[in-house]
Design a protein around this ligand. Structure first.
Ligand code: C5P
Length: 227
């Protein structure tokens, strides 16, 4: 089945405080978006849709063509929306008719290793409706109300969700078509539509670059192993 990968990069990056949309912030000589796309193009994709901040489509296209090498025909760039969900929707609308499996990936998880893509693709190719990479939660988690601890949570049943998240295209299309609420990831939307979601092992390097500390971490990782 043909695989389409939607890379959402239309976030403002306000929490990073770098003064540019997050995807265009440099890690080393290359941007967050470029690093993400280098790894995306290691996967067996038939189409890669980059969802760019509105007005920055040209810059996103340049980054994508650099990462694509001789696979430049695979690249589509579309402008994103006000929320992540709207940006994914924009990406879905740009998928070619013959794409049957969709992966949705946060550009902000720029250092996600190819093996994570491979695990998600394998689960979907084996017939699962949806599959996402997860990592066990290592911290002890508390419920907090203002300045009071109001309860604990059994962390053994908790995992942190990462991307890429994979889906049968028809399942994701239908979930987006029928969505009535806002969700922070695509698996929640698909689960809300009644589909089982499989878990595959995530990776520490699939962390999301959100704060300046995360960017420092990304910089030290790529200093050890550049593109
Ligand atoms: O905001 P958050 O860190 O959850 O964003 C996760 C990913 O979604 C990022 O790669 C970001 O660029 C993308 N995003 C988007 N459009 C938005 C908001 C976030 O493409 N409106």
């Amino acid at each position: 089945p043909r695989i389409g990968i939607i890379v959402v990069a239309a976030g403002s990056g306000t929490r990073l405080g770098a003064g540019a949309p997050k995807g265009f912030v440099g890690i080393d000589g290359h941007t967050i978006l470029r690093h993400a796309l280098e790894r995306v193009f290691d996967a067996p994709a038939a189409q890669v849709v980059v969802v760019a901040p509105p007005g920055r489509e040209g810059d996103a296209l340049s980054e994508a063509l650099e990462a694509a090498g001789d696979r430049r025909d695979l690249v589509t760039v579309v402008p994103g929306g006000a929320t992540r969900q709207a940006s994914v929707q924009a990406g879905l609308s740009a998928l070619w008719a013959d794409v049957e499996i969709v992966l949705v990936h946060d550009a902000a998880r720029a250092l996600t290793p190819p093996e994570v893509f491979a695990r998600v693709i394998e689960a979907i190719e084996s017939g699962r409706a949806a599959a996402i990479p997860v990592l066990p939660v290592v911290d002890t988690i508390k419920r907090v109300d203002g300045a009071e601890i109001v309860g604990g949570v059994d962390r053994s049943e908790l995992s942190a969700a990462q991307t890429p998240q994979g889906f049968q295209r028809e399942v994701l299309d239908a979930a987006y078509r029928d969505a009535t609420a806002d969700f922070t990831d695509d698996a929640a939307l698909v689960a809300d539509a009644g589909h089982p979601v499989a878990a595959v092992p995530g990776h520490p390097l699939a962390f999301k670059i959100t704060t300046a500390d995360d960017l420092d971490r990304a910089r030290s990782v790529v200093a050890d192993r550049p593109i």
